[in-house]
Design a protein around this ligand. Structure first.
Ligand code: DPP
Ligand code: ZN
Length: 875
């Protein structure tokens, strides 16, 4: 397969104005007819029209009602080319046959639990009919569906239902019309036995919108939280961005077989059931929070993605970065801003940064087409940091004013932000094109006589594949300076680049500011600083960089105790923990005995016991950085050492703070009915983190405590946390409780997936054998993505077993990828990416992982998806 590049973008020679689709859904085959009004971009153009098509059987083609003969067109595996066409606007009619019941790739039209559904982003529409499958082709659609009425009583597509009725032979039909122009990746169709939870939302201009969430009848009770989330999202987008929903109907359908989380098809969002269904007994607080976030995300796409869409797939971050940012803000406003930020930054560090340093490193807007979500959201967040809420809103308003109904680029978004604010953004656009995570060093000095305080920044962006040399980036650094009482100092002016800039606003000094760091080396000098301050740098994580400062251990403890920026309080603790973990890893590698620094224990004790702090914040602050994050900081990643050290610290903390942890469990237990709200979630989070510490001790009485918690739990959050606490330690109790949990929940596939994940991720030595057994468990099915992500994906998350030095983990994954690729290339390619950073490990592991990648590459009939990841990993 040939790689596609951004620089090769060409405008289409033909636009499509209207598209009328007709689906005749059958058990053996489905017949798809399309009637398209084609408009040449340049009148009189003689260019051929090239349509994409994949796994389609062509039945007939007509141009202006005239049937084409075989010599009038060319067809190959992936294209249908029409070389000679009328000179003006014409109609094109194509009939194809497809076989959704055999479609295990879950792209295009397929069946899930007996129902028909679609997934078209990014390039699934070409598996439905021949089309110019690219997002800059925006057309108005109608969709006529006919099917057996008893098997498929519900027939849905985008837009408004304008007609429906019965047909002969037990069939019925529905005709849908979407008044908004859209790219084909937003097309959707659902047909099946579904029922809906109905509600309404009155928009701020007074329009009534019908809301429907569709699932199989037995799951309807579990859709209450999804409906709550949808209404909250609709209200929030009106309040914060002035954006109102634009149709009279909004549908969400939950399906059990889905490659990703969810899809924002115009007015017919299709969701992985995992992100819709929840009840207190079956879903955890984390599930509830994920549902809120993703329902919001897909709804927000209606404006950022659908009304204004991407010109080409290199602009993916235009819609995803912006929409992830919007869902993060939404979740922050609905819960705790600091805690949400901590969770997002942890994710960035554990997953995105490692990727950004490996062979799959890509800029936010890749030169070749690979997905980017989280880092894109960070880029959008930086606009807001630089412009403030009001300036950001002005930029958004201008963006919609200029581009509603268009397919645009990241530069267009940038220009709207800049022009709405008359802003000077220097080289900010580099964030879109330069891959790799910038490293920034800060050194500070205080001049006691001049009362000045200097911060010197130097930055470096590491080379990444295809980008050996990097330019300096524009990095917004939010900061404050703490005095010896831990209070923010007043900042009156800063000297930079030969200019003195006043920071006084409305005659008031400010207590925090944002520095614009744009050069390789740069100095900022604050004046009127009366004592040596302790700097709180990169507040709220104002840029996605790796920051190295010259703060001492005691400075960090000081920040941990006093910083007014809660995010940075957490961050100070994380820096301390990272340094501690890295130094213990070195000790471990030299066979030295491990000793935990008592100051660290003391620091954590004071956080744990500080009743003025928010509980969920405490839970985050006493959680150590993830193993992925630590491995990412090492020259040669050593999974055994990192895992051993993290377990050692956890056990030490558990034993030294046992009394505190026990009382935390006691104090935060509650027998009240489950309510999803912030204070209850925070209480459960803190209790369960403490419980996990206590259980790590493997004392009989701590195991007994966890067992009691398991037995008395009244909701899945507490029950699953207790199960996970027990499952840390191999033995009979673990085996019994795992069995008990399965027999309790075997009827609920979403809960069974949790059970798979927990066992798959386990660091119990030799766990690969257990995972192999689970592959044959009656509840497992390689064709269901959620099950694959739980069991196979979960296993790849275990440093000890996936990276086992005998190569058993790599061999297991290699074999599975080959099998999986034949069923579902997208899911297989996600799994194969666990190998992509093989060069980060020692030589033995490198050879073992490389051998598996080579084995995969030599497989006959490998999909393009897996080929791309495997070949890039080896390159
Ligand atoms: N899962 C994707 C998303 O909404 C599809 N665009 O982000
Ligand atoms: Zn999205």
């Amino acid at each position: 397969p040939k790689e596609i590049f951004l620089k090769d973008y060409k405008m289409p020679d033909y636009y499509f104005d209207t598209v009328d689709l007709k689906f005749s859904l059958g058990e053996e085959k489905t017949i798809v007819s399309s009637k398209i009004t084609v408009v040449p971009r340049v009148e009189g153009s003689s260019s051929p029209l090239v349509l994409n098509g994949h796994d389609l059987k062509l039945v007939s083609i007509k141009v202006n009602s005239e049937e084409l003969k075989e010599e009038d067109y060319k067809i190959d595996m992936r294209h249908l080319t029409l070389p000679s066409l009328p000179s003006g606007t014409f109609t094109l009619e194509i009939v194809t046959e497809i076989y959704p019941q055999n479609n295990t790739s879950l792209e295009g039209l397929y069946k899930s639990s007996g129902n028909f559904c679609t997934q078209c982003e990014a390039e699934g529409f070409r598996k439905i009919t021949f089309y110019q499958d690219r997002p800059d082709i925006m057309a108005r659609y109608t969709c006529y569906i006919e099917a057996d009425k008893s098997l498929y009583p519900v027939l849905l597509s985008n837009g408004n239902l304008i007609n429906h009725g019965d047909l002969e032979g037990g069939k019925h039909y529905a005709l849908w019309e979407d008044p908004f122009k859209k790219p084909c990746y937003l097309f959707a169709l659902v047909a099946g036995q579904l029922e809906s939870r109905d509600d309404t939302f009155i928009t701020r201009s007074g329009r009534q919108v019908a809301l429907r969430i569709w699932t199989p009848a037995q799951d309807l009770p579990k859709t209450a939280h999804a409906m709550y989330s949808l209404k909250a999202a609709m209200k929030w987008d009106e309040d914060v961005f002035g954006l109102e929903y634009d149709l009279d109907l909004f549908n969400i359908v939950a399906v059990p077989d889905f490659n990703m989380g969810a899809m924002e098809n115009k007015s017919l969002n299709i969701f992985n059931s995992k992100l819709v269904l929840a009840s207190p007994e079956t879903a955890t607080d984390a599930d509830y929070a994920a549902i809120l976030g993703v329902i919001g995300h897909e709804y927000f796409h209606n404006w950022t993605g659908n009304r204004v869409t991407c010109r080409d797939w290199f602009q993916l971050s235009l819609k995803e970065g912006l929409t992830v940012f919007r869902d993060q803000e939404f979740s922050s406003d609905m819960g705790s801003r600091t805690v949400k930020r901590i969770a997002d930054v942890s994710k960035l560090r554990n997953y995105q940064f490692p990727q950004d340093a490996g062979p799959m490193a890509h800029p936010v807007r890749p030169h070749s087409y690979i997905k980017v979500y989280e880092k894109g959201a960070e880029v959008v967040r930086m606009y807001k940091t630089l412009l403030g809420s009001q300036g950001f809103r002005k930029g958004m308003d201008l963006y919609f004013k200029r581009h509603d109904g268009q397919a645009v680029t990241c530069e267009d978004f940038f220009a709207a932000m800049r022009d709405a604010n008359d802003a000077d953004f220097a080289n900010f656009l580099l964030w879109y094109s330069q891959a790799g995570t910038p490293s920034v060093k800060v050194t500070s000095s205080y001049n006691a006589e001049a009362h000045t305080y200097s911060l010197k920044f130097s930055q470096e962006v590491p080379p990444t594949p295809g980008q050996p040399m990097k330019e300096a980036m524009f990095i917004p650094v939010a900061l404050g300076l703490l005095d010896s009482n831990g209070k923010d100092m007043a900042l009156s002016s800063v000297y930079h680049d030969g200019k003195l800039q006043s920071l006084v606003s409305n005659d008031q000094p400010v207590y925090s500011t944002v520095l614009r760091v744009t050069k390789k080396e740069e100095e900022f000098v604050f004046s009127d600083i009366l004592e040596r301050p302790i700097p709180s740098l990169l507040r709220g994580y104002s840029a996605p960089i790796r920051l190295k400062s010259d703060l001492s251990e005691s400075d960090l403890f000081f920040l941990l105790a006093h910083d007014s920026d809660e995010f940075n309080r957490w961050e100070a603790g994380q820096v301390l923990a990272r340094n501690l973990m890295l130094s213990l890893v070195a000790d471990f590698q030299q066979n030295k005995s491990l000793v935990l620094n008592p100051t660290f224990v003391h620091g954590l004790r004071s956080i744990l016991c500080d009743s003025s702090l928010e509980k969920e914040f405490i839970a985050k602050a006493i959680t150590l950085p993830g193993e992925g994050e630590i491995m990412d900081m090492m020259e040669v990643a050593d999974p055994d050492a990192v895992h051993a050290v993290r377990s050692f610290i956890r056990k030490q903390l558990a034993s030294e703070l046992k009394a505190e942890f026990l009382s935390t469990v006691e104090k935060n237990r509650s027998s009240e009915e489950y309510v999803y709200n912030h204070s209850n979630m925070a209480r459960r989070a803190l209790k369960n983190v403490a419980l996990a510490y206590v259980a790590s001790l493997e004392h009989p009485e701590s195991t007994e405590l966890a067992l009691q918690e398991y037995k008395t739990a009244t909701n899945m959050t507490d029950q699953f946390a207790a199960l996970a606490a027990i499952a840390q330690n191999p033995g009979k109790t673990r085996d019994d409780v795992l069995d008990d949990f399965y027999s309790k929940w075997q009827h609920d596939f979403l809960v069974v997936n949790k059970w798979f994940t927990l066992q798959a991720m386990s660091n119990v030595p030799g766990n690969v054998e257990n995972v192999k057994k689970l592959l044959n468990h009656p509840a497992f099915d390689l064709r269901n993505p959620n099950k694959v992500y739980s069991l196979i994906g979960g296993f790849c998350g275990s440093p000890v077993n996936f990276h086992a030095k005998d190569g058993s983990g790599y061999k297991f994954l290699g074999e599975i990828v080959v099998q999986l690729d034949k069923l579902n290339p997208q899911v297989a390619s996600r799994m194969v990416s666990a190998f992509s950073r093989w060069r980060r490990y020692d030589e033995t592991r490198q050879n073992l992982a490389k051998a598996q990648l080579e084995m995969i590459m030599s497989t006959n009939g490998l999909s393009e998806n897996v080929f791309e990841i495997a070949s890039k990993s080896l390159a």
